[in-house]
Design a protein around this ligand. Structure first.
Ligand SMILES: Cc1cc2nc3c(=O)[nH]c(=O)nc-3n(C[C@H](O)[C@H](O)[C@H](O)COP(=O)(O)O)c2cc1C
Length: 339
């Protein structure tokens, strides 16, 4: 049984926002209220553009997202990855600072999870979290939820929360099971997403960004053998297992798939991991075909809007294409950005 503990204030405010309404029998119907909040967010997610902006550390901060929002009202934006630990720690500072009238208590959390509050607002935007401890991830989403429900100065209003299962950086993959290393721990990922959903009282869609696999599934990694039928078959089997187990949580129906494996070997830099493992779009197309009840966005190596459109035409049922900052930056053609 999954146990998740939340900071006392957070739990109190969760109860406050969810116990107002009563059903016809006079019982509190917080479930109805959560469902309607969830429905609103799920619609926002579904109605966002098929083109999304990939999460990028040190790039997709709130200032950059504001710039993109000025160009396109529909592009689905992702924050850079924020670690769940950092949110929980900064929340603690926030609680402490509340007793000091000289300090603006929200500044700690604002840096991490704050969104632009000047028109045009951020619109559809997904907060990406990094972590592998269900308890901490649950606490972090509870804090995000609490901040979005503040009556006077809500810090944020995200459309969904995403778990990073694709980052291959040794700094991340090496410290416990984190980022792409989580692809070998689908049951742990399931616990994490359940805790995240529980943390926000099931009011936000939870999504997962991952790779098509890691070298652990096909070790040793060799660019020559990655396309052999046996390797591909094994890779796809493991990928299906991951998707199956994570989606069996019942809270994740939306996946963003980076179409390369992650090589977790410490001698492989993050840049190597974005360039050396070959792109295998066919595996993403196959997922779309084999899991018609789930939605998938394709990511990796998409370098023009025509290329993005090609994927959408070639793979009926593909929900969207996730592109890098540069494409948005240089594709200043607003109409095309909402393809
Ligand atoms: C500088 C940089 C920072 C990135 N930061 C993140 C991140 O915080 N979270 C994440 O899931 N992916 C991150 N990525 C990976 C991208 O989201 C994307 O999956 C990857 O670049 C593959 O797409 P591409 O081939 O179009 O570059 C980062 C990539 C770059 C280049």
């Amino acid at each position: 049984m999954l146990k998740t503990s939340y900071p006392p204030r957070t739990l109190a405010s969760l109860i406050m926002v969810t116990t107002h309404s009563r059903n016809e029998n006079g019982h509190t119907s917080h479930i109805t209220q959560s469902k309607s909040l969830y429905h609103e967010k799920a619609c926002q997610l579904a109605n966002a553009s098929t083109l999304s902006l990939a999460p990028m550390m040190d790039y997709t901060d709130r200032h950059f997202r504001r710039l993109v929002r000025l160009i396109s009202t529909h592009t689905l934006l992702y924050t850079e990855m924020i670690t769940a630990n950092a949110i929980v720690q900064q929340h603690q500072k926030y609680i402490t600072a509340q007793s000091d009238p000289m300090t603006h208590p929200n500044r700690y959390l604002d840096k991490l999870i704050g969104q632009g509050r000047v028109e045009p607002l951020e619109g559809p935007c997904v907060l990406q979290l990094g972590g592998s401890n269900p308890d901490i991830l649950g606490q972090a989403t509870a804090i995000v939820f609490e901040q979005s429900q503040q009556q006077q100065h809500p810090l944020c209003d995200y459309t969904a929360i995403n778990l990073n299962c694709g980052c291959p950086s040794p700094k991340v993959a090496g410290s416990g099971c984190f980022g792409a290393a989580l692809m070998s721990e689908p049951h742990l990922v399931k616990d994490c997403v359940l805790a995240m959903s529980q943390g926000c009282h099931s009011t936000l869609p939870i999504t997962v960004k991952c790779r098509i696999g890691t070298d652990e599934h096909i070790a040793p990694f060799d660019t020559n053998n990655i396309h052999t039928p046996e390797t591909k078959k094994r890779l796809y089997q493991k990928l299906c297992e991951f998707i199956d187990i994570v989606s069996s949580s019942g809270v994740v129906t939306d996946f963003q798939i980076h179409s390369r494996i992650a090589v977790l070997d410490k001698n492989f830099s993050p840049a190597d991991n974005r360039n050396i493992p070959p792109l295998q779009y066919d595996l993403v197309y196959q997922l779309v075909h084999d899991f018609p009840h789930l939605s998938f966005s394709l990511n990796g190596g998409v370098d023009s809007l025509q290329h993005a459109q090609q994927h959408l035409h070639s793979c009926q049922g593909l929900k969207g294409v996730m592109v890098r900052v540069e494409l948005i930056y240089f594709g200043f053609k607003c109409t095309l950005l909402t393809c």
